[in-house]
Structure formats: C-alpha cells, structure tokens
Design a protein around this ligand. Structure first.
Ligand SMILES: [Zn+2]
Length: 117
C-alpha cells in the first residue's frame, strides 16, 4: 500500500506508475497532465556537471577581481575567471554570456598587455 500525494488516499502498489508518488487516477487529470507536459525531466550529463563546477570557480574569480584590481593580480583573476566560466555557458549554448566572458578575458588581457605586465 502506498499513499498518493495528491488525493492522500491509501492505494495498492499497482495504482501507481514506477517511482511515482501520485496515483494513476490523479495523474490522469487534465490539469496535472497538462502541467507535466510542460516540464522536461532530465539529469545533467557529466560534461554539464563538470562545466558547472568550473563555472562556479570562474564566478568566484570574477567576484574577487574588482577588489584586487589596481594591482596586476586583479586583472589576472579576471582573465582566469573568464576562461573558467566559458565552458558552462558554452555547453548551455548561452551565446550572449559566451561573448561576455570572451570580452572579459580579452579586455583584461589587453589591460595587462598595455600596462606592460
Ligand atoms: Zn491520487
């Protein structure tokens, strides 16, 4: 026996689909059905997972950069942060953010170069 999380009735196991907490009868209702059709269930691939972690690290570098900026180390952390954030937005195909990260990277490379570091 299992308790449906929608109607809160106790029903036998065959009234539920595999790994579902809502009984078939409740799941069949139009609103539920319609809402479920709007949501795509998916897990992150290993590539997406790895690039997400790199993205967090890159965001950390970009976050600390303004406080280090008058020195060369601030510009270096901007460049590193821009490069580390790139895979995440590339994998997610967020091309506007790819352009922003490339801009940060090249902008601060130019800054480093023009200051002779
Ligand atoms: Zn139910």
């Amino acid at each position: 026996m299992k308790i449906c999380n929608k109607c809160l009735k106790s029903k036998s196991e065959d009234k539920f689909r595999n790994d579902k907490k809502t009984c078939r009868q409740c799941e069949w209702r139009f609103n539920q059905r319609w809402l479920r059709s709007l949501v795509k269930e998916r897990k992150l691939s290993p590539l997406e997972r790895l690039s997400n972690r790199l993205g967090y690290m890159g965001a950390g570098f970009i976050m600390i950069s303004p406080y280090l900026l008058p020195d060369a180390i601030g510009a270096v952390t901007y460049v590193v942060g821009g490069i580390l954030s790139l895979p995440q937005v590339w994998v997610a195909k967020q091309w506007n953010l790819v352009v922003v990260n490339l801009n940060v990277t090249f902008g601060y490379l130019i800054y480093l170069y023009s200051n002779g570091i």
